[in-house]
Write a protein that binds this ligand. Structure first.
Ligand SMILES: C[S@@+](CC[C@H](N)C(=O)[O-])C[C@H]1O[C@@H](n2cnc3c(N)ncnc32)[C@H](O)[C@@H]1O
Length: 265
């Protein structure tokens, strides 16, 4: 799969930083009942799997990803944490190796933004959900990033990531579209809640974990691709990244909004 963030060790670390920093904001209400079977589609290196498994120790989590290397990393992580309620499979959301209506719940996080056909993905996943079962979808929206001090160069660098992801068929502005996508896939009782991250110097964990190690690291990761495609000149790029780090200073602030949608089949 051509995937804008790639599968490097640094990206694996970034996904883990992102997940650890956002656990409370995104997952305080991700809880599955005893005995339920939950499909995690696109589990990556297991960054969210840990929280799913720990938050719902009496549920069975079945985690799937297209990338065998990511599934191996996720499996190793879960074993290291001594968690026993997760099983892993390599598989494609569009052709999963499960019988229809096998799952009580489905969880998808930061996956639809990389797919050219997110609605089709939701429709495929729906086949594996029991009637009355729930789907939870979490996505970001890079258009929701604003910060102080503001910087034209930083906004240009972010735009490079948005454009690169779009060139690969993805959509990093997908958060705002969760409601219509779930509607189009004919889910019911759709509730989308915006989850805003606001960072200032009084929240040092978020300054490190979110502004620097999640968001800026993510933009920084596409430097080579942005320059190779001539989307931006190196000076503007470097200033943009340095201005993003500048928002993590004592007098800086950073805002970003994730969207969490929950709906019923
Ligand atoms: C940004 S990562 C997110 C991983 C994890 N959900 C998280 O939040 O840390 C996106 C993952 O989706 C996986 N993916 C993309 N298309 C897929 C597909 N068609 N079927 C299964 N997994 C897919 C990729 O391999 C990648 O591991």
């Amino acid at each position: 799969m051509d995937y804008v963030h790639g599968y490097s060790p640094r990206e694996a670390l970034r996904l883990t930083d992102q997940a650890n920093t956002l656990v409370e904001l995104l997952h305080h209400d991700t809880l599955y009942p005893t005995g339920s079977v939950v499909l995690e589609a696109g589990c990556g290196v297991g960054a969210q799997t840990i929280t799913l498994a720990k938050n719902s120790p009496q549920a069975q989590i079945v985690s799937v990803d297209l990338s065998p290397a990511s599934v191996s990393a996720a499996r190793a992580l879960i074993e290291r944490e001594d968690i026993s309620n997760v099983t892993f499979h390599v598989g494609d959301i569009f052709a999963l190796p499960f019988e229809p209506e096998r799952f009580d719940h489905i969880f998808v996080c930061f996956v639809l933004e990389h797919l050219p056909n997110p609605c089709e993905a939701l429709r495929c996943l729906k086949l594996y959900l029991k009637p009355g079962g729930s789907i939870t979808v979490i996505e970001g929206d890079h258009g929701s990033a604003y910060f102080h001090p503001d910087s034209q160069a930083a906004r240009q660098a972010i735009q490079c990531l948005i454009d690169l992801q779009a060139n690969l068929g993805g959509n990093s502005l997908i958060g705002r579209q969760l409601f219509p996508l779930l509607q189009e896939a004919r889910f019911k009782e759709i509730v989308v809640s915006p989850r805003m991250v606001y960072v200032d110097a009084s929240k040092p964990v978020l300054v490190e974990g979110f502004t620097k190690n999640t968001f800026t690291a993510m933009v920084e990761g596409v430097r080579g691709q942005a320059l190779a495609k001539g989307m931006i000149d190196p000076e503007t790029w470097d200033k943009g990244i340095s201005d993003l780090y500048r928002t993590a200073a004592r007098d800086g602030t950073f805002c970003y909004t994730f969207f969490k949608g929950v709906a019923i089949k």
